[in-house]
Write a protein that binds this ligand. Structure first.
Ligand code: HPA
Length: 234
């Protein structure tokens, strides 16, 4: 047990998928894992462990934003020895070629600030994905025929942004989408020598204002979960 995770030692797998939403963790575990068991419900941040094609996997909610994700990722890495951490979640599209329902595999995650920024002081550290996971995810997405984009994303600290100029610079520099967690996950994985990746579904678009209707979300998010699971065990 840790401060925020009630699982006993051994109840968390070496491979952990991390959706922001704890109910999405429950849905993904029930839909894609065999023998999924609830291993955490502290603060309602549900976590489940089961198997995917015979491989043990935990699906643990991270909450929204980098401070919340940092708590869970730190405890998973330090106390439960998680080796592979894959964020699965939604993002806002930022480029015209990035459509609603498309998948983004995040090669890098830019950020203004994260829980880790303090340790870098004047250095602009470049959080990046594990290449092996990234290339396996791209292959899995291609095999499924899922429309997928690979490139940089922006991990913002705010959902209700008040700096349109920042979004403009992100768009101008080819950033594919915006979410709120990946940069800290990539930084923690780098610090502790673990593998990390973010596989994201475009749920809304900053330029067109389009948004995924809630009834379409399950099927679309399912593609992302399967891509993440395939990537983890390739
Ligand atoms: N901004 C930040 N995070 C998000 C968004 C967004 O527009 N959409 C989904 N996650």
């Amino acid at each position: 047990m840790t401060v925020h995770i009630g699982a006993k030692s051994g109840q968390i797998a070496e491979t952990v998928l991390m959706p922001g939403d704890p109910y999405r963790a429950k849905w993904a575990a029930q839909t894609f894992l065999e023998g999924a068991e609830l291993v955490n419900e502290v603060r309602g941040m549900l976590g489940f462990t089961g198997t995917y094609k015979g491989n043990r996997v935990t699906i643990q909610g991270s909450g929204m934003g980098m401070p919340s994700l940092s708590i869970y990722a730190n405890e998973l890495i330090r106390d439960y020895n998680a080796q592979t951490l894959i964020r699965i979640g939604s993002c806002g599209g930022m480029q015209p070629q990035v459509g609603i329902r498309d998948v983004i595999v995040a090669m890098t995650a830019s950020t203004i600030t994260s829980p880790s920024s303090g340790i870098f002081r004047e250095l602009n550290f470049a959080p990046c994905a594990d290449y092996g996971l990234l290339s396996a995810a791209v292959k899995a997405a291609e095999a499924r025929g899922t429309k997928t984009h690979v490139g940089g994303i922006y991990s913002s600290d705010v959902f209700y942004a008040e700096r349109p100029d920042l979004d403009e610079q992100m768009v101008r520099h080819g950033i594919l989408g915006v979410e709120m967690e990946a940069a800290e996950l990539y930084t923690l994985a780098a610090r502790h020598g673990r593998r990390a990746l973010a596989v994201l579904t475009v749920s809304d678009h900053l330029q067109t204002g389009e948004a995924l209707p809630s009834e379409d979300r399950e099927k679309t998010f399912g593609d992302m979960v399967e891509i993440a699971l395939e990537a983890a065990f390739t």
